[in-house]
Ligand binder design. Structure first.
Ligand code: TA6
Length: 277
């Protein structure tokens, strides 16, 4: 454990031959960086704000228990709470567990007792994250959940995403609910903000630039694709116009409806990101 330049306690895990490492903040259980063979896979904005209560622009924010706007703060509260460090394993496969328990503040805005565990596992060319939700209350509760991953790209205008052909999606830019993806390969020419319902259940894997593979679990089969484009990036204090072309968000989760979790029950959702070449 060490103090990272952000001012938040952080840890760095490196695999045994030193070829891959991750940096994780306890704040938000936020993965800031994943490098493999000296290649940075994630995007972190140079204008990111590191302050209590603020969401961090880049890396992998954990969206829970609410995706998007709603009664709770945007994207829920898990990304702005400080998690507790659990078991770490630095032997073969490097892994770490982080925990978040309900507290006075969460109960005030979301009256349900929960216990979250985020497990992060690092292999030479892949990165795995699993969120376990335990309902510790005496009633059923509901949530949505998403790994809001920011991938670094050379240029959004030459970035492609494949594997979503024929999938139905909600287009948040024009507000239409049921479009169907007709392109084999998705390209970016303007603001893009889409929720592909069960996109991860498509026969083909999700690939970014034919090089990075993103896979969810059976419980996390929705895929969100986002880039704010130039104007919105310019209007955002923690992105900036110069950054819009440098990232794409490809996010795995369960968001098209909510997960209903009975008392004493566990729910698990995960994603795995693999560098293919
Ligand atoms: O996942 C896409 C999205 O919900 C977009 O609508 C966009 O607002 C983005 O997340 C970022 O949200 P944030 O609260 O981090 O600014």
């Amino acid at each position: 454990e060490f103090e990272y330049k952000t001012g938040f306690p952080a840890l760095r895990l490196t695999n045994s031959n030193g070829s891959a490492s991750v940096e994780i903040l306890l704040y938000g259980a936020h993965v800031l960086s994943w490098t493999t063979n000296n290649k940075q896979i994630l995007f972190l904005s140079d204008k990111a704000i590191f302050a209590p209560g603020k969401a961090i622009r880049g890396g992998i924010p954990i969206v829970w228990p609410q995706f998007g706007p709603g009664p709770l703060p945007q994207h829920g509260f898990a990304r702005v709470k400080t998690w507790r460090l659990g078991k770490t394993n630095t032997n073969d496969d490097v892994s770490v567990e982080l925990h978040l328990l309900h507290d006075e503040d969460t109960l005030k805005i979301w009256p349900h007792k929960f216990n979250l565990t985020l497990t992060i596992r690092l292999k030479e060319k892949s990165f795995y994250q699993e969120l376990t939700v335990h309902n510790e209350d005496n009633h059923t509760f509901e949530f949505t959940s998403l790994f809001h991953t920011y991938f670094t790209v050379d240029d959004i205008k030459t970035t492609t995403i494949s594997g979503l052909n024929n999938v139905t999606y909600t287009d948040k830019v024009d507000g239409s609910k049921t479009k169907t993806e007709t392109n084999k390969t998705l390209e970016f020419t303007s603001e893009t903000d889409r929720v592909y319902n069960d996109g991860g259940k498509n026969a083909n894997p999700i690939l970014i630039n034919d090089c990075i593979q993103v896979i969810g679990s059976g419980t996390t089969s929705d895929i969100v694709v986002w880039n704010p484009w130039q104007e919105k990036a310019k209007g955002s204090v923690d992105i900036g116009e110069h950054n819009f072309s440098k990232f794409v968000c490809v996010e795995v989760g369960h968001v098209h409806d909510s997960v209903k979790l009975d008392k004493d029950q566990l729910w698990k959702g995960s994603h795995e990101i693999t560098l293919l070449k």
